[in-house]
Design a protein around this ligand. Sequence first.
Ligand code: ZN
Length: 102
Amino acid sequence: MLEQLTPQDTPAEPKPEQVRADAEADAGLEKELDESRPAIHRKRAPSVDRRKVERCEHRVELGARARTCPRCGQPERRIGSDASRVPEYVPGHFVEHEWRLR
Ligand SMILES: [Zn+2]
């Protein structure tokens, strides 16, 4: 025997204002997550010709623990160097786009 659907049984169609509110909440959450990440990790770095790129060098000092041998406690001797490079796009100029009716 088939049960007759009552209005309470039919899945409620979400109201347009609820859909909009949900979309806005999602967008807000996305933005918050995005802003919580370091700026350089937000977007995939563009490929660049490194020879033409301005360089900005950062010297990083290792902490005392990293400079000390964990086995004997003696200061570690530097035997090499390591560098990581991350391109950052720095906008050079603005372009204003204006649309007008002819
Ligand atoms: Zn040692």
